[in-house]
Design a protein around this ligand. Structure first.
Ligand SMILES: Cc1cc2nc3c(=O)[nH]c(=O)nc-3n(C[C@H](O)[C@H](O)[C@H](O)COP(=O)(O)OP(=O)(O)OC[C@H]3O[C@@H](n4cnc5c(N)ncnc54)[C@H](O)[C@@H]3O)c2cc1C
Length: 335
């Protein structure tokens, strides 16, 4: 394990904002993590966790010790005729995991193909796409608490998963590092084409195999979302707001064409639609612009984290002034 001082994080965040870490340590085991934690404690450094950097806004200088847990462990820890339980290290690339499980005949993750990032971050915001959330397949999340080095294994229900939410954004925010995740996958193909574009494809082409479905998802995503290496971005920059019924009743009178999805509590409104209605597609805010095809995506052309956050604030304010809805940012802001 090596701990490096003053390291550029430019290539380690998909928004490509210039940023330097006071120290960076890439560790691959619990023993290495202990060594890094001892160094942080002796030097009085705060520890911060970075994965693939695809859902963060970094400042120009990140004080403390930035940790990346790069274990790519992959093992079957339990199986029966219908299910398999895999333990996967936090450093495993997410999309590679999806494709590997499919090639081995383990099904479930296909709708989540092509999401950037590493396995360790997947539980943090309960990644989701095309009608599926990862919480449906997580059995246990393993990790370490920073304060006392205690190792934990949180069962699914203890992770408090919700839409883009988990305990790791609340009680355990900045307090824990996820080292591995146990996934319970199916041995029988389970196809979910509830999401409208996939349903349409299934009607035209017939029910896909899980691997075919992953490729459909890859194709749809590639046609809609900019590739960070070409146009630096962090995916959807805003969560879809869930508004209460009385606010909704008022808004739908004023905006009858507003798309909406009733939830168990409240009504979800697509943030992209709200931003698009403001005429913001393609609009620039200094070096940051709203993607011309996808209003939820902010593209950074040489700006800093501050520039990205300033653009985000202007968009939030405009949406609030028009609709009275407060947008919440999806990427995590490092301090
Ligand atoms: C083009 C594009 C498309 C995207 N599409 C989607 C999508 O469809 N659905 C979706 O849900 N997300 C999407 N995202 C967001 C992002 O890919 C996911 O949130 C992903 O899980 C982030 O992984 P990461 O390893 O890059 O995490 P990072 O960005 O490095 O970190 C994100 C957060 O997780 C924390 N974290 C990371 N690793 C660990 C760990 N091991 N232990 C504890 N905390 C940790 C970090 O401290 C930070 O708070 C997209 C992003 C991009 C750029």
């Amino acid at each position: 394990m090596n701990i490096q001082p003053n390291v550029s994080l430019l290539a380690l965040n998909t928004l490509a904002v210039p940023s330097r870490a006071q120290y960076l340590a890439q560790v691959e085991s619990l023993d290495e993590l202990k060594e890094a934690a001892a160094f942080a404690s002796q030097s009085n450094l705060e520890m911060k966790v970075l994965g693939g950097g695809s859902n963060v806004v970094l400042p120009e200088y990140v004080s403390g010790l930035v940790l990346r847990y790069m274990s790519t462990e992959y093992q079957v820890i339990n199986e029966d005729d219908e299910h398999v339980v895999l333990r996967v290290g936090a450093g495993f690339n997410w999309h590679d995991l999806v494709m590997k499980t499919l090639s081995e005949g383990f099904f479930g993750l296909q709708n989540l193909a092509f999401i950037p990032g590493l396995v360790g971050a997947a539980p943090v915001q309960n990644i989701g796409a095309y009608g599926v959330e990862v919480k449906e397949f997580i059995q246990t999340v393993h990790g370490v608490i920073f304060e006392d080095g205690e190792v934990f294994a949180l069962k699914n229900e203890e992770c408090h998963f919700d839409y883009r939410e988990s305990i790791f954004k609340h009680e355990l925010n900045n307090r824990a590092l996820i080292t591995a995740v146990d996934f319970r996958l199916n041995k029988q193909p389970n196809i979910n084409v509830d999401y409208a574009p996939l349903d349409k494809m299934a009607q035209e082409r017939g029910v896909p195999s899980p691997l075919e479905l992953a490729h459909w998802v890859i194709d749809v995503r590639s046609s809609k979302l900019p590739i960070p290496s070409e146009l630096p971005n962090a995916g959807s920059f805003f969560k879809n707001p869930i508004i209460n019924e009385s606010v909704f009743a008022d808004l739908i009178k004023r905006y009858p064409s507003m798309p909406h999805y009733h939830q168990s509590v409240g009504v979800k409104v697509p943030a992209g639609w709200l931003i698009d209605q403001m005429g913001f597609k393609g609009k620039t805010f200094g070096p940051v612009s709203v993607h011309k095809k996808q209003a939820l995506v902010l593209v950074n052309k040489g700006g800093t984290g501050k520039d990205v956050l300033a653009a985000s604030e202007q968009i939030k304010l405009a949406v609030y002034n028009q609709y009275g809805i407060e947008l919440e940012q999806e990427p995590r802001v490092f301090t």
